[in-house]
Design a protein around this ligand. Structure first.
Ligand SMILES: [Zn+2]
Length: 216
């Protein structure tokens, strides 16, 4: 049987995976890829770890409530330790993964592709009480402060790299963005990119929700 006929039954599964977008309960096709609860450091242990990592943040009142918007271990994050373009409210667990991503993925990739150091990360927000882009009736991981949308980067020499402009442009900027997205898959539950769907054409969505999806 030609390969294309064998692949055909997989297409609905792939589509379901892509449409799951900004977290919450996944479609049945993803239920086998649940992220273990112990994957991310939480609560006071996370706050202590974040302090040791040189991350700059302010502790905020916790607002988590069952089944509704709110953040369990809320912080306003300003540096991870390189600066964000503006403070962002997120859960400590998410901030810690962003810090690990910056240290172990982003900065090495900046060196590799541009022989530069990182200066700043641009983002479109973290905590936001809203539904998923693919299913508004279900809360996004943004509604728990467990997601961040990365818009781009600035290097020490002033070079800017934009997900919207450079993801599909090829060259070193495009290769860099693909490398940091691929690296994020090892540190976050869900990574969505401009290749995922139209809702993500200008940012990388990174979240630490309960289901695994790496959509590059
Ligand atoms: Zn997002």
């Amino acid at each position: 049987m030609p390969a294309r006929f064998l692949l055909r039954p997989l297409i609905p599964i792939v589509l379901l995976a892509l449409l799951s977008a900004c977290a919450g309960s996944p479609p049945p096709a993803q239920r086998s890829t649940q992220v273990p609860a112990s994957t991310y450091l939480t609560g006071p242990a996370c706050i202590i770890d974040l302090s040791y990592r040189g991350v700059a943040f302010n502790r905020l009142p916790d607002t988590a409530q069952s089944g509704a918007c709110g953040v369990s271990t809320a912080i306003s994050l300003t540096e991870v330790p390189f600066a964000l373009d503006k403070p962002v409210t997120v859960d400590c667990s998410l901030a810690r993964q962003v810090s690990l991503w910056e240290e172990n993925v982003v900065r090495p990739a900046v060196q590799q592709h541009f022989q530069q150091d990182l200066k700043k990360i641009f983002h479109y927000g973290g905590y936001n009480c809203r539904g998923r882009t693919s299913n508004r009736s279900r809360l996004s991981e943004h509604a728990f402060g467990k997601a961040i949308d990365i818009a781009g980067f600035e290097l020490a020499n002033g070079t800017r790299i934009s997900v919207e402009k450079d993801w599909s442009a090829g060259g070193s900027k495009g290769a860099f963005l693909r490398d940091v997205a691929r690296g994020a898959c090892g540190l976050f539950s869900v990574v969505l990119t401009p290749n995922s769907d139209k809702d993500h054409e200008n940012h990388l969505h990174l979240d630490i929700g309960p289901w695994k999806l790496c959509s590059l």
